[in-house]
Design a protein around this ligand. Sequence first.
Ligand SMILES: Cc1cc2nc3c(=O)[nH]c(=O)nc-3n(C[C@H](O)[C@H](O)[C@H](O)COP(=O)(O)OP(=O)(O)OC[C@H]3O[C@@H](n4cnc5c(N)ncnc54)[C@H](O)[C@@H]3O)c2cc1C
Length: 372
Amino acid sequence: MTASKAHIVVIGAGVVGLQTAVTFLEHGHAVTVIAKHVPGDKSSEYTSPWAGAQWRTHSTAKDFELQKWDIASYERWFQTVEQEKKEPGQPTKSGVAKFHNVMYWAEEDEELANGPENLWYAPHMRSFEVIPRSSLPKGAVAGVKYDSISIDTTVYLHHLVDRITELKGRIVKAELPTAGGIAGALAAATRLLPVYSINTPISAFVNSSGILAKDLVPDPAVHPIRGQTVLVRGVATQLRAIIRGKGVTYVIPRAASNSTILGGTKQVGDWNQNPDDTTTKWILESCRDVAPELLNEKGEFDVLSVNVGFRPGRTGGPRLEVEEIQTEAGKFVVCHEYGHAGAGYQLSFGSAEKTLGLLTEHFQRHATRAKL
Ligand SMILES: Cc1cc2nc3c(=O)[nH]c(=O)nc-3n(C[C@H](O)[C@H](O)[C@H](O)COP(=O)(O)OP(=O)(O)OC[C@H]3O[C@@H](n4cnc5c(N)ncnc54)[C@H](O)[C@@H]3O)c2cc1C
């Protein structure tokens, strides 16, 4: 890859791969996305459609790099809302909407170690306020409020596809084999593209294969963090969350499709694709008092669907790393970009910029070495 136009092949059309494709295209590079699943598909192997999704950081006070990525998306989404002059609860063309977020903790945890007023993100949030102890509901030990963002995943993913098309990127729906690891997959990609009349030499690959990186790389550090949620009718008036150690009760309005996601579980290592009835009951019961405006005249939620998704967890956090891989079709450069766990949407802009930076740096170093 040179400073001029490169041809980047992105493996994966989840929020991470699609945003990465957009970022490279916006920097003037050519991009082809190869993906087994694309927006519109529903599969337990494809996480992005199942996300809540909202901006609520998962970065700790020590995750300095991830904090920057979180703030990048917060700012970008607010810019979009402001450019399109949207009021709270009104979705933009890309399916993001600003909502007030009210968050409580049911028990003391590490995040609260320095008090809610000193949460790392407090200075970055619009309208941030600590809820006084005297105003906390029964059972809460702390609470904060701030303006945040909810994302209608279907609208958002299709919007990224439209942006790729607009910038003349290509998307090829195909599965790359995993039996030969990443080397086998890259070689297969080189054979596949000419079939679609894509003959531009490949400058580099980006591996945004999400949970399937476990088999594709293969990377044993990748594991599922199962999330069961319930989609109900009506748009909640606020984002809300109660953090309770292992489980989180959360309410994420989907302004673009008259619905709200109620959640949910975080079950590390659990591959069960089927909704569990006891969990569904627990979610509905724990959200009754949290989103009473969504209850119908019988005092019940109108359930539209019960969903299960697998967050692409990774021991050690997301992997962003450049590797040179020898394959039967030659040597290729790949930047791995997977393992964003429960934060792929909010990390997507920063992750894509980092990937662009890593590949640019790699090729600059290479060019300098070649000149010596
Ligand atoms: C219940 C739930 C709630 C969530 N809430 C939030 C939230 O509020 N905010 C937030 O930021 N995040 C949230 N997340 C997390 C977020 O959904 C994920 O981090 C994100 O979707 C991961 O995106 P990805 O692109 O890495 O993976 P995926 O969306 O899984 O995409 C992977 C892509 O790689 C392709 N692929 C893999 N292997 C191959 C192969 N061999 N050949 C070809 N293609 C291949 C797949 O087909 C797919 O296109 C939530 C997740 C869940 C489950």
